[in-house]
Design a protein. Structure first.
Lengths: 385, 279
């Protein structure tokens, strides 16, 4: 096992802007760290730099405190699982598994022993004589995992290994990967664009955006204390609603207006954000998780009248999108405070199976105890240590 | 949906295609039937319908070829020269193409463009300086003179390059991470997954060099290292002029090409399609 450290790592192709800028990241010994971000944010490039498949433009990559920038991939002792599996099509499953061992010039008996051991661990025993094209997507995925596991690599690198599988299989293999990683205790850097994968698999999750690291934290901390509106909008399904509001002091308590209604901030929110009283009279961004919005009967004091835009009944819950006369900001821009959505849509998760009709009026209540506060640049107000 | 052609249109196109096919086939059939006839009938019946009918067929002309000339020696020469060019060419050109397609080195793109530019140079344009070079090296009248200049071939490199560039890069990257060297990757991963292009290049080069005439004529002096195309030209001038024997020689010279074409027709078509050349 090993730890991997990135020290101010940058990647830039000649004549182009930097893809990755001065990235610092540590993957601890035995940890499964998930690198997540939207397509094109540079996460796969970063993984490939760790693997040695891409050159590092600046900074250092260290494996167990040894700088490996100049080491070719075959000398880094890392195993990688590719998005499209990259199984050798002309070899059987057995030969695919044995290939890395043969490269290590192990004796035939040892090769056979390890192949058998890995095949048993991954339930590949009856597939050993098949070729990759005779396997299903899930089986191919397992063989790719097996090829990584069969040798004693210092760490696993996984580049979106589940993205070619259907939704059901993805859930299955996801839990298998988690179990295997726990059992083997091997340091793993896992790249995905799927935040559900990130949240369910990662011991810690690193969120990337446009070549820059946004936040590295445990899944629960990311969810509960996003460092900025980008992380808030990216983590969680659906992502956080972020509204632009004016903070006011009404009857000595802090409050904000949405449409005609005034919502007062609870004591716990004020305690969580000690800087808030100084911001009275200023504009700020408020984050509301869809689960913190509830459906109420009309006539309540703190309820917001909205029009149903669309609804997605999922059985155990219904995702509700409503139009409201409020300022909703885009979470994936550099200047969220000044980037309002043209059509302000608020998203709520309503427990149970509901059939809402588009155009129908519904009343929603916001749980003011679970608000997240950001400045107009999108940075979280409270110190997040 | 394909538009339906009218019946007279269909008949006309089939008739036209049949005439074209006959024009192409006629010389080959005449060669075959002529090779089976007594010598005096070959010319008198040529151009008539009887020229295509092999009545009273005999293999005498074939036997004559073997007694009047060292046909077997020429055949072995041709097989050796063409076979060596093909086999060595596969290795050299595939390795070169792999270096152009996948490895990073200074001057790669410039050199590749120069190699591509070589494709437009016909042999006739460089035959004299090449002859001078071969003579300087003292290689005239050897197998080597007929093999060495043609192992590396720009067109073969281009065919291999086009194929390699389309192979998934992840296969090589996976092998690299598995601990394989560049050469090992080439032989263990690239080569087994490139059978179609190897077959296409092999067939195309075989066809190209089996019929080569000008260069072997320039560099060979005696019959010892002479290949079939030069040998048949010499046989033609060997008195007495026997048309039946010449046609029998021609049939035996064409037979290996036809055999290869029939056996590997699928690969040949694929190769021609891949190269974008027209027959």
């Amino acid at each position: 096992m090993a730890s991997i450290r990135l020290d101010k790592v940058s990647k830039q192709y000649d004549g182009h802007d930097a893809i990755i800028e001065e990235m610092d990241l540590q993957i601890r010994d035995g940890e499964l760290l998930v690198l997540v971000g939207p397509s094109g944010c540079g996460k796969s490039t970063l993984l490939r730099m760790v693997a040695g498949l891409e050159e590092v433009s600046a900074g250092e990559i260290l494996i167990d405190d040894l700088v490996v920038n100049q080491l070719p991939p075959q000398k880094r002792n890392l195993a990688m699982v590719f998005q499209n599996y990259a199984l050798y099509p002309h070899m059987t499953v057995r030969e695919n598994l044995a290939f890395p061992l043969k490269m290590q010039r192990l004796l035939r008996d040892e090769v056979n022993r390890r192949v058998a051991q890995t095949a048993e661990l991954l339930s590949l025993g009856n597939l050993l004589d098949r070729r990759p094209k005779q396997l299903s997507g899930g089986q191919r995925q397992r063989v790719a995992m097996g090829r990584a596991m069969v040798r004693d690599a210092d760490a696993f690198l996984m580049d979106e290994p589940l993205s070619n599988l259907d939704a059901k299989l993805r859930v299955e293999i996801r839990s298998e990967i988690a179990a295997l990683q726990k059992r083997l205790g091997i340091t793993t850097l896992y790249v995905t664009h799927d935040q559900v994968e990130a949240m369910t698999l990662g011991h810690r999750v690193a969120v990337m955006r446009a070549g820059k690291l946004q936040q590295v934290a445990t899944p629960s901390r990311l969810y509960e204390h996003p460092i900025n509106v980008f992380v808030a909008g990216f983590i969680g399904n659906p992502g956080m609603n972020v509204l632009r509001v004016k903070l006011e002091t009404v009857d000595k308590t802090l409050a904000f207006r949405l449409g005609e209604h005034c919502f007062t901030l609870t004591q716990s929110v004020v305690e969580n954000y000690p800087d808030l009283p100084n911001r009275s009279g200023q504009m700020l961004l408020l984050g509301i998780r869809p689960a913190a919005i509830t459906l109420v009967e009309p006539g309540g004091n703190d309820s917001l009248e909205t029009i149903v835009s669309s609804a997605e009944p999922l059985g155990h819950e219904t995702i509700l999108h409503v139009d409201a006369d409020i300022d909703v900001v885009a979470t994936d821009t550099e200047d969220p405070g000044n980037t309002l959505l043209k059509r302000p849509v608020l998203t709520a998760i309503i427990p149970g199976h509901h059939h809402f009709k588009p155009g129908e009026t519904v009343h929603l209540q916001i749980d003011c105890d679970k608000l997240h506060c950001f400045d107009l640049q999108g940075t979280a107000l409270a110190p997040h240590d | 949906m394909r538009p339906q052609r009218s019946r007279p249109g269909m008949i006309l196109s089939y008739a036209l295609l049949s005439v074209l096919a006959l024009l192409c086939l006629a010389p080959v059939v005449m060669m075959l039937t002529g090779s089976l006839k007594p010598d005096e009938r070959v010319l008198t019946e040529a151009g008539t319908l009887a020229g295509f009918i092999p009545d009273q067929a005999s293999l005498q002309n074939y036997a004559d070829v073997f007694t009047r000339t060292d046909f077997l020696g020429f055949l072995i020469n041709s097989l050796f020269i063409t076979g060596t060019i093909v086999i060595c060419g596969l290795l050299v050109n595939a390795l070169a193409a792999y270096a152009f397609a996948r490895l990073h080195w200074h001057g790669r793109d410039l050199l590749f463009n120069l190699v591509l530019a070589l494709m437009i140079l016909p042999l006739e344009a460089i035959a004299v300086p090449l002859f001078y070079g071969v003579s300087l090296l003292g290689l005239r009248d050897t197998y080597l003179a007929q093999i060495l200049p043609f192992i590396a071939n720009a067109f073969s490199i281009y065919l291999f390059y086009s194929f390699f560039i389309g192979l998934p890069r992840e296969l090589e990257e996976a092998a690299r991470l598995d601990g394989a060297s560049t050469l090992r990757i080439f032989f263990s991963i690239i080569l087994p997954n490139s059978k179609p292009v190897f077959a296409s290049v092999a067939i195309l080069s075989f066809l190209m060099w089996w019929g080569a005439y000008l260069w072997p004529l320039m560099v060979t002096i005696g019959p010892e290292v002479r290949p079939l195309p030069v040998a048949i030209a010499a046989f033609y001038t060997l008195p007495p002029l026997q048309w039946g024997d010449i046609l029998a020689f021609g049939v035996m010279m064409v037979a290996p090409v036809l055999l290869i074409f029939i056996l590997f027709q699928r690969w040949f078509v694929r190769g021609v399609a891949a190269s974008g050349i027209k027959g």
